[in-house]
Design a protein around this ligand. Structure first.
Ligand code: HEM
Length: 261
């Protein structure tokens, strides 16, 4: 037998278990931190696949992009399942350690923002200025075309009439939904056999967007359960602020074009 503990040494399990540092003796606080860390790692898993999908689209390989997106969807489902464990915590147990959070809030998760930026919901205003310095990957991501930018560039290269101002846009600024793009998706959905790869890609993108919105909606329910109408630790008015965020949809035209079908 090998000396030491290869399992612990390979994946640095000792370092992992040493990470959580709850401020109280509450086992609920430890679980809250563990779940937050699990979710951070899953954001990263989703990000890895979305980044793969984007790379495949740059190579005009939509089938390979679809496979990466379907893996992302599996991780997203796991992420949503994590809310089940969070709901195991009774509200009084949460309130017993909530003050320890201070101003800490999920709004400050740079991995979540990196994922949003990569998918296509982006803008410098979504991140604190100091985070751009501390996490340089955020700035680097803002300067690259998002997954959705690469989707639209790929459609353009296949000959679909994607508007030129969309494929040459300044990728650092928020994307504005476009009527011409909506028309392109409607064309694809009216002729699925003719545009099969684009149609399959659209279906996978919609699934990613759908699961993202489900994550947000479930988070909102958890927040109502834990906070009712109280303010968030990040300084927002809590559930009502999150309700607004819940209106956002990734790949907006894939949703709006349904009215035209
Ligand atoms: C008891 C559990 C939780 C409560 C009560 C809660 C509450 C809130 C509230 C009130 C906000 C709005 C911003 C603010 O003022 O803080 C928020 C935002 C957010 N939370 Fe949570 N949260 C919980 C668990 C989590 C977990 C485990 C994660 C994942 C690690 C998470 C990720 C986020 C993210 C990413 C946002 C920003 C959403 C956006 O900007 O789109 N939350 N949370």
């Amino acid at each position: 037998m090998t000396a030491g503990n290869p399992y612990v040494d390979y994946a640095r399990m000792d370092a992992l278990h040493a990470l959580p540092a709850p401020a109280t003796e509450s086992p609920f606080e430890l679980q809250f931190i563990l779940l937050s860390q699990v979710k951070e790692l899953l954001f990263r898993m989703v990000h890895l696949e979305v980044d793969q999908a984007r790379a495949r689209l740059r190579e005009d390989r939509p089938e390979a992009a679809c496979r990466a997106l379907s893996r992302a969807v599996r991780h997203q489902r796991t992420l949503i399942g994590c809310w089940e464990s969070m709901n195991a915590m009774p509200v009084d147990e949460f309130l017993a350690f909530r003050d320890e959070l201070g101003e800490a809030s999920g709004t400050q998760s740079y991995m979540y923002r990196l994922l949003e930026f990569t998918l296509g919901n982006r803008g410098a205003a979504m991140v604190r200025h100091s985070d751009f310095t501390r996490f340089p990957q955020l700035r680097a991501e803002l300067e690259r075309p998002s997954l959705y930018d690469e989707v639209l560039r790929h459609l353009y290269r296949t000959g679909l009439p994607t508007p030129e101002h969309v494929v040459t846009r300044d990728v650092t600024v928020p994307y504005e939904p476009d009527k011409g793009v909506e028309d392109v998706w409607a064309t694809v959905y009216r002729n699925p056999d003719k545009y099969r790869p684009a149609y399959d890609l659209a279906e996978q993108l919609l699934e990613v967007a759908y699961q993202f919105s489900r994550w947000r909606a479930t988070h909102l329910l958890v927040v109502e359960r834990m906070l009712g109408g109280k303010r968030g630790s990040g300084g927002t008015d809590g559930a009502s602020w999150l309700r607004k965020i819940n209106e956002h949809r990734f790949f907006a035209e894939l949703w709006t074009m349904r009215s035209a079908l």
